[in-house]
Design a protein around this ligand. Structure first.
Ligand SMILES: Nc1nc2c(ncn2[C@@H]2O[C@H](COP(=O)(O)OP(=O)(O)OP(=O)(O)O)[C@@H](O)[C@H]2O)c(=O)[nH]1
Ligand SMILES: [Mg+2]
Length: 198
């Protein structure tokens, strides 16, 4: 991702943290953003693209991977990637969800599933959490007409505005981060939680 954009977004968040009295150190309580979504939509690909790591395992078949991974981004936020939503939540998943400040719900631009709709309803309507929806794999919709149709369909199905991104090409990943950061709750409201770092 463009270094200037990273710096700009990170500076904005650090400034907000400082205005609220916390020091910009590695021990500061950082806002937490999680990538969530159904199977094989590209959560881990996006996690790796944002964090510039290869920490997450990418696969064309749904993984049974139940681990939650995290990475600090530009000393300003913590990004999480976890298991896919398959229609039910166990207690570990509920505890994880409750600790997150903002969700980036990843969907496949070509296929909006019933569980995509369920998940946005649970996060947004039932739990009242801020959710930003992205349509990943947008480079597949080559023409703007095709893309507009897919966006229109997704927005109608999910009842929310969406952003098109491509984890594969990096398109709109910086825009996504900047949008996500603008939706973060006031850092003073963030609870202090102990982390177990992998
Ligand atoms: N064309 C295209 N394929 C992508 C993109 N992002 C991810 N993929 C592919 O989609 C498949 C699933 O990617 P993952 O990142 O493993 O998806 P996931 O949501 O983490 O999958 P699970 O954790 O198994 O649910 C892989 O074959 C990726 O290469 C993208 O932007 N464009
Ligand atoms: Mg994954």
């Amino acid at each position: 991702m463009n270094e200037m954009i990273i710096k700009e977004i990170a500076d904005g968040i650090l400034k907000a943290n400082q205005q609220n009295g916390s020091k910009p150190s590695t021990n500061a309580v950082l806002p937490k953003i999680a990538l969530v979504g159904t199977e094989c939509v590209g959560k881990t690909s996006l996690f790796n693209s944002i964090t510039g790591t290869r920490k997450g395992t990418i696969s064309s078949t749904p993984s049974d991977f139940e681990q939650i991974i995290q990475e600090q981004w530009a000393d300003a936020i913590r990004i999480f990637d976890g298991p896919s939503y398959k229609g039910k939540f166990d207690q570990v998943f509920v505890d994880y969800i409750n600790s997150i400040d903002l969700f980036i719900q990843v969907c496949d631009i070509e296929t909006i599933r019933r569980n995509d709709r369920r998940l946005v309803d649970i996060l947004s309507s039932e739990l009242g959490k801020p959710v930003l929806i992205v349509l990943n794999k947008c480079e597949k919709a080559i023409t703007s007409e095709k893309r507009n149709l897919l966006v229109e369909h997704a927005e109608k199905s999910l009842g929310k505005n969406v952003i098109c991104v491509s984890a594969q090409t990096g398109e709109n990943v910086a825009l996504l981060l900047s949008e996500a950061c603008s939706l973060l709750p006031n850092p003073t409201k963030i609870e202090v939680i102990e982390y177990i770092v992998n």
